[in-house]
Design a binder for this molecule. Structure first.
Ligand code: FES
Length: 163
């Protein structure tokens, strides 16, 4: 069920378009901002609110990489695995995540701090291997950068946690 605040925000978006369905992606973002991901129940609520079918809302949600249909960790690490990043070491990044955090692509650490997800070209091919971490690009990534990044995320979460 959508909260009153979510409904208000979605209605505000609706004022900019002729059709309610035009704000579907914004509605998904609004819900995700509040909950961290978009559940099946939220898909149904958004569909009812926008007078769309749940299948159509789900189609939009699953099309966009940045809408999460499952719970994710506090820090989402997108690892580009398109050709430039593949040639320049995205597999080493994946190996690092596997050995340091104990997760494969698509998994979340048990402490809920990190989720690793694959993504297609981020548009930083000249600076491969490239990542996106919480919306920020991390370029020419190496192990030292990964160590710093993981450390910063842990500190931000309130202290060093065991991996
Ligand atoms: S191939 Fe990775 S950013 Fe383009």
């Amino acid at each position: 069920m959508l909260s009153e605040e979510e409904k208000r925000e979605i209605m505000e978006e609706c004022t900019r378009y002729e059709k309610k369905s035009a704000v579907c992606i914004e509605a998904l973002r609004i819900v995700q901002r509040r909950h961290g991901w978009v559940s099946d129940d939220s898909i149904i609520s958004i569909a009812q609110f926008l007078q769309m079918s749940p299948a159509d809302v789900d189609g939009v949600a699953t099309f966009y990489n940045l809408i999460f249909r499952m719970p994710v960790g506090k820090n989402v690490i997108f690892v580009c695995d398109s050709v430039s990043c593949w040639l320049l070491g995205c597999d080493q990044i994946k190996n690092y995540l596997r050995s340091t955090l104990g997760i494969e692509m698509g998994q979340t650490t048990p402490d809920g701090l990190f989720t690793a997800l694959p993504i297609a070209c981020l548009g930083h091919c000249e600076s491969a291997p490239a990542l996106w971490v919480n919306g920020d690009p991390i370029l020419r990534t190496d192990e030292t950068m990964m160590n710093d990044l993981i450390q910063k995320c842990r500190e931000k979460a309130g202290g060093r946690l065991s991996a």
